[in-house]
Design a protein around this ligand. Structure first.
Ligand SMILES: [Cu+2]
Length: 273
């Protein structure tokens, strides 16, 4: 069944102004406060101008930018987030922002920017990078391993769940948060835990694909005798290139020519543990 309202939703709400970030971590079954464990991002634009919520939710559009790593101006831990202590094998999660509490007068912010969900269609991933020393001083310039890839719908996906959506809808579409498991064989240590969502767009559309990524500080405890070797590893940025065909295409709701089962995941593969 293909509901007729879908086209209207796709064509009216797929505006460039629908953006978000992830500011809350689910740890030990509880959602944290905003930025409690996640590195705070900076608003876009010169520092001496008045900022609005909209300046915070603007995505990264240059895959070569350092901001691809943990969000805008977050490859340093200037906001001093706490370290979430978790065990290998635990469930964690990232939640979409609500608001950042700044004035909105004059901003281009749209109503759906205040509707906290993974508004855009597209794939989601999670990543780990071990800090060689203190997390507060780790920039994330080391190796990253992918531990999660969400493409199609899962039990966690938002309803509806019919044939049309299975074919055309992404697993995280309109989810308010996404939970996943830290691999049970993850070596113990302090890590940046990164969640990423990509809104694929063609290179000639606006500025191309939009990247949403934020990083939490986590200490992973693993006292088991099963310690793996995370691989393959990549650098971020460096993992994607502008125009790369796997992530630059028209993925939007209402695009009946795109079947998400045709999606080819960009490298690297998820760590097999
Ligand atoms: Cu957007």
């Amino acid at each position: 069944m293909k509901p007729t309202y879908l086209f209207a939703v796709g064509s009216t709400l797929m505006g460039v102004n629908a953006h978000y970030f992830f500011d809350r971590l689910m740890v030990n079954g509880t959602w944290s406060e905003p930025w409690e464990y996640i590195r705070k991002i900076s608003p876009q634009g010169p520092p001496d101008t008045q900022k609005t919520d909209y300046d915070y939710i603007i995505p990264v559009v240059d895959p070569a930018s350092l901001d691809l790593r943990c969000g805008r101006n977050a490859s340093t831990a200037w906001s001093k987030p706490k370290i979430a202590v978790i065990h290998a094998g635990d469930r964690v999660g990232f939640a979409v922002n609500t608001t950042v509490g700044l004035p909105i007068e004059g901003a281009a912010i749209m109503p759906w920017d205040r509707w906290p969900n993974l508004y855009h269609p597209g794939p989601a991933t999670a990543w780990l990078s071990k800090a060689p020393g203190a997390l507060d001083t780790y920039t994330g310039n080391g190796d990253w391993v992918k531990i999660l890839s969400v493409v199609g719908r899962t039990d966690e996906s938002e309803p509806p769940n019919d044939d049309y959506y299975w074919k055309h809808q992404w697993g995280t579409y309109q989810a308010k948060s996404w939970n996943f498991t830290i691999p049970a064989s993850t070596p113990p240590g302090d890590y940046l835990l990164r969640f990423e969502h990509i809104y694929p767009l063609p290179v000639n559309s606006l500025q191309g694909s939009q990247f949403y990524a934020n990083c939490a500080h986590v200490r992973i405890i693993n006292s088991s005798n099963k310690i793996g070797t995370p691989a393959p590893t990549v650098k971020i940025p460096g993992v994607y290139t502008f125009g790369q065909k796997e992530i630059y295409f028209f993925a939007d709701v209402g695009n009946e020519t795109y079947d998400i089962r045709d999606f080819v995941e960009p490298k690297p593969v998820v760590w097999g543990q």
